[in-house]
Design a protein around this ligand. Structure first.
Ligand SMILES: Cc1cc2nc3c(=O)[nH]c(=O)nc-3n(C[C@H](O)[C@H](O)[C@H](O)COP(=O)(O)OP(=O)(O)OC[C@H]3O[C@@H](n4cnc5c(N)ncnc54)[C@H](O)[C@@H]3O)c2cc1C
Length: 463
């Protein structure tokens, strides 16, 4: 086993110094292994020398998870092969550097679905998705990445390799529950417990057709009221209401999306909801229940859009994706002067979303700042408020407003981070949510698996 070359060329190191967080951390070296054996060899050497190693996929992290200014950034992008796909068993084995979009297309070619769908699916890797337990719009129906991972090959900090599979037994009382399925330790561990070398994925039947509905509303309150009613209808099993996503765009986010498609459609809307229904076999999804529900919440009926067929659905998805992409682009202009985008990732129990957003906007106003766009997975009670900080002073004010919002969100039974992870940017808010006992258990796990603390230092825990 030979470790990959460590590249110290400044231009190459610079190429791995940024992700979507707005932070810049230049690593001391970059390694680009092309095999699991090479990763293991590198970890053995790094462990012996006490050199930090931070795994990186496509570096789309919003929280600085894949960048580091100490030690080696270990880029897994070259390990991007689909190793095996078993249509009968509905499973596939994939290397960590494969782009999620490619994984999904490989499954779709066999009429199968790999369900996790972060908005960044065309830019991010499977390994990053597993390490962050990524989720997306369709997590409303399918959950985040975790339930779709059946097995993992993981290299620990010292190069030991674990082959992990979901336990098959139906009853088990041997030991504490958190050790029953070690796979769950690694999903969502943000590169701090091990490096994912290979994953076995669970596949589902691909829907035969999808219908998208774009619903403009006259107020944020009517849109959010509609979302809560639709989610409640789904949970109650109301016929014809089984959305795979329920996405919310406030007035500013909708303006970006509308500009992306052009035209004068939806001018009176102050909020927008996008939902999709799937059908299997020949059945057409009935839209009557949806339209009745939307009308009961004052939808702007003349501007409702129905998206059918691959090309139209793709366009609807691109329109939604244009919102974070445009805001990232706008924020990039302020990086040189110490500004950046601040994107919240909090969530609350879905029936309280409207109340939480109103409180969050009021809190921001007391600090003299305002979001430049709020959108997200409202069906899960999970919006993203986006702020643009032009300079360090404004950044500090925005972060104080976010801090106050997060405290309020926690008092409502919510979370400080619902999908982007903790990384380096949100570390300070973790102790607000976790009790000292929960935090100590996490630290004990980290110490047991990575006693020298070489894996992704600075992610989740202080370095
Ligand atoms: C425009 C945009 C939209 C986004 N939308 C969403 C969204 O809808 N939902 C969502 O959840 N996220 C979203 N994100 C955040 C990000 O894309 C996801 O977290 C994604 O899963 C990260 O994948 P990546 O390959 O870029 O990982 P990276 O950014 O390279 O790494 C992320 C973390 O995973 C670790 N890691 C990477 N590979 C491995 C590995 N093989 N083994 C162990 N650890 C590893 C890294 O150390 C790091 O901590 C978005 C980002 C952007 C820029």
């Amino acid at each position: 086993m030979t470790a990959p070359a460590l590249v110290t060329d400044p231009a190459i190191r610079e190429g791995f110094a940024q992700d979507a967080s707005g932070l810049r951390l230049v690593p001391e070296a970059v390694a680009r292994p092309d095999s699991a054996d090479a990763v293991v060899a590198l970890l053995r050497e790094a462990h012996a020398a006490g050199t930090p190693v931070t795994a990186a996929g496509a570096q789309t992290s919003y929280v600085g998870g894949s960048i580091a200014d100490r030690g080696i950034v270990l880029s897994l992008r070259t390990m991007d092969r689909v190793l095996d796909l078993d249509p009968a068993a509905r499973t596939m084995r994939v290397q960590p550097g494969a782009l999620l979009g490619d994984v999904k297309r490989a499954a779709a070619a066999h009429g199968l679905l790999f369900a996790p769908d972060p908005t960044s699916e065309e830019e991010s890797t499977l390994g990053g998705s597993i390490a962050c337990n990524s989720s997306g719009a369709r997590s409303l129906k399918y959950g985040a990445t975790r339930p779709h991972v059946l097995g993992l090959t993981v290299a620990l900090a010292d190069g030991r390799v674990l082959e992990l599979r979901r336990p098959a037994m139906e009853k088990n009382v041997a030991g504490y529950a958190p050790v029953h399925d070690l796979l769950d330790w690694f999903v969502g561990s943000e590169g701090t417990l091990g490096v994912v070398l290979e994953a076995e994925l669970r596949l589902l039947p691909l829907p035969t057709a999808v219908t998208g509905l774009g619903l403009p509303f006259p107020t944020a309150a009517s849109a959010l009221g509609f979302i809560a009613a639709a989610r409640a209808a789904r949970d109650a099993g109301v016929a014809g209401v089984n959305p795979r996503c329920l996405e919310y765009l406030d007035e500013q986010a909708f303006a970006i999306a509308r500009d992306f498609v052009g035209g004068t459609w939806g001018q009176d809307a102050r909020a927008y909801v996008y939902t999709e229904e799937e059908s299997f076999g020949d059945a057409e999804p009935p839209l009557d229940a949806w339209l009745a529900l939307a009308e009961a919440h004052d939808v702007l009926a003349d501007d409702i859009q129905v998206f059918e067929g691959e090309a139209n659905l793709h366009q609807a998805r691109r329109m939604r994706h244009a919102v974070p992409a445009t805001l990232n682009e706008r924020a990039a202009r302020f990086r040189a002067q110490g500004g950046r985008k601040v994107s919240t990732d909090w969530a609350v129990p879905y029936p309280r979303l409207r109340e939480a957003l109103e409180a969050a906007n009021a809190i921001a106003a007391t600090f003299g700042v305002a979001p430049v766009g709020t959108f997200g997975h409202a069906g899960n009670g999970h919006p993203h408020q986006h702020f643009l900080a032009h300079d360090p002073h404004e950044l500090e004010t925005i972060e104080r407003a976010v801090d106050a919002t997060l405290r309020h969100v926690l008092s409502m039974g919510g979370t400080v981070a619902a999908e982007h992870g903790i990384g380096k940017l949100k570390r300070r808010w973790l102790p607000l949510q976790l009790s000292p006992e929960q935090f100590a258990l996490m630290q004990a796990t980290k110490l047991a698996l990575d006693p020298k603390g070489i894996l992704a230092p600075g992610n989740v825990f202080a370095p």
